[in-house]
Design a protein around this ligand. Structure first.
Ligand SMILES: Cc1ncc(COP(=O)(O)O)c(C=O)c1O
Length: 465
């Protein structure tokens, strides 16, 4: 008897899913770079984490952390009412809300990852589709699929139309193709500010996307996890870097007074959390806000027992958020530090002829590594391969191989574009929110690696690509 037959169909499908990336990240985590204690370790520019305020966050958490008998009890699976009140307060102070968000309109879980999984199970049936424009944050694929068995369908948008309302036509095309196969596109994900490009959508594009979703009765998940990591915007007096650099102020959908002109708001939910804007990936806390749909809140609450934050995290973060003066000041420090590192990184890119898409928010820059990849590829041809004369000849297999080999051969990890469903090979997401003295080591390692003639890298079995 097939031993797998003891497992559910869902478990069998999950086991069949091979995550090449997990192997790389295990390697990275087991040999982390440290300037003093492990200078030969792997420098990680591949995970979206903001380490620029680490000292402030650690100090604050240590000051307010004390365990009480209450922490040994089960808490409220949707988040304690004090925590949800503080989250509502934070949102009302910083998202320029049209109507105050109330604690009962929020469900907290152990990360936005869990919140997305919960929402998908609440709104979709197995086999339904989620539409998201590419390039996109790769974990959306697993977030919607591992438990709910819903499938992401990437909508490829040319870079020139990445922020433009004209992109709706590509969504429509994908929607129609799926419908022709009998697949229902049930959810549209909008990530604003955007991961991996770090760009902010203009309001007119979000309007067009909401109207498109409304026409097809689709639910819209607006992922605003980087809402408070905006460091370059017209409101701050910033100017575009180039003529193609269209910069916008971030406007949460919670701030719109005319949302119902584009979509029935009960079809819209917003997610946010502690990982990115508060530099706490490891605390595991995220939340969903649905001011317009009590039923979704009730349905999410009904499954919240499986993924709620521990009582320790609940009280710790309640105390953290309750210090409004600290939090408001912290958000300003985050913006200042991100901007400083963004400018240093883009200066480095300019000096080394690396093109990039100017960013405004988040922890990363969508960087054009095509010339580096071309160089690496020509230095690492297999015996029967001819050298490439143009970056246009590069493949996604090359993209993934350089990324994979850079970890073992050059002790550096960035994110290769193929993982983000990039349209062309050679685009990479570089996380720049790590101290400059470390970041410069990582950037220099990538550049020298592309120049080394080694051919010693173990090549991945990339039969899937
Ligand atoms: C756009 C986006 N959404 C969600 C997440 C997941 O966040 P969490 O750590 O809260 O699960 C991430 C993490 O990188 C992200 O970039």
């Amino acid at each position: 008897m097939d031993p797998l037959s003891f497992l559910s169909t869902i478990a069998q499908e999950n086991l069949a899913f091979q995550d090449d990336n997990a192997e790389v990240f295990n390697k990275v985590n087991s040999n982390r770079y440290n300037k003093h204690s492990n200078p030969a370790g792997i420098l990680n520019m591949g995970i979206a984490v903001n380490k620029l305020q680490e000292d402030i966050v650690v100090k604050k958490l240590n000051t307010i952390n004390h365990i009480t008998p209450e922490n040994l009890e089960y808490g409220d699976p949707t988040g304690s009412s004090s925590l949800r009140s503080e989250i509502a307060h934070l949102t009302n102070r910083h998202f320029n809300v049209y109507r105050n968000v109330l604690p009962e309109q929020i469900v907290v879980a152990n990360g936005v990852t869990s919140v997305i999984d919960m929402l998908i199970s609440t709104v979709c049936n197995r086999g339904d589709a989620v539409l998201v424009s590419a390039p996109y944050y790769n974990a959306f694929d697993t977030d919607v699929n591992l438990r709910a068995k819903v499938v992401t369908h990437s909508v490829n948008i040319p870079i020139s139309e990445g922020l433009d309302p004209s992109q709706v036509k590509y969504f429509q095309h994908t929607y129609n193709s799926l419908a022709a196969e009998g697949i229902k596109a049930k959810i549209l994900i909008i990530c604003n500010p955007h991961n991996p490009t770090g760009r902010i959508y203009p309001k007119e594009t979000i309007r067009a996307l909401l109207s498109f979703a409304s026409k097809h009765k689709m639910h819209v998940l607006v992922d605003e996890i980087y809402a408070l990591s905006v460091y370059r915007a017209p409101a701050f007096g910033d100017q575009p870097e180039t003529k193609d650099d269209l910069i916008y102020d971030f406007e949460s959908v919670l701030s719109w007074n005319d949302l119902d002109s584009y979509i029935d708001p009960s079809f819209v939910t917003v997610v946010h959390g502690m990982s990115k804007d508060f530099c706490m990936n490891g605390i595991r806390m995220g939340w969903i806000i649905s001011p317009w749909n009590d039923l979704i809140i009730k349905a999410l609450a009904s499954i919240s027992i499986f993924s709620y934050s521990s009582s320790v995290s609940d009280t710790l973060i309640t105390r953290f958020l309750a210090d409004h003066q600290f939090v408001d000041n912290f958000i300003k420090i985050v913006a200042r530090n991100l901007k400083e590192n963004y400018l240093k990184t883009t200066r480095f890119f300019n000096a080394n002829n690396i093109a990039y898409i100017p960013a405004q928010a988040g922890h990363f820059i969508w960087s054009d590594f095509r010339q580096l990849l071309l160089q690496w590829k020509n230095n690492n041809l297999s015996p029967n391969e001819k050298s490439l004369s143009s970056a246009k000849q590069l493949t996604f297999k090359d993209d993934k191989e350089m990324w994979y080999n850079a970890v073992s051969d050059a002790s550096v990890c960035y994110s290769c574009g193929v993982n983000f469903h990039s349209e062309t090979p050679g685009w990479s997401r570089v996380v720049f929110s790590i101290p400059w003295e470390d970041l410069i080591v990582g950037l220099s390692r990538v550049i020298s690696y592309s120049k080394t003639l080694n051919g010693k890298g173990k090549l991945l079995n990339l039969s899937k690509l």
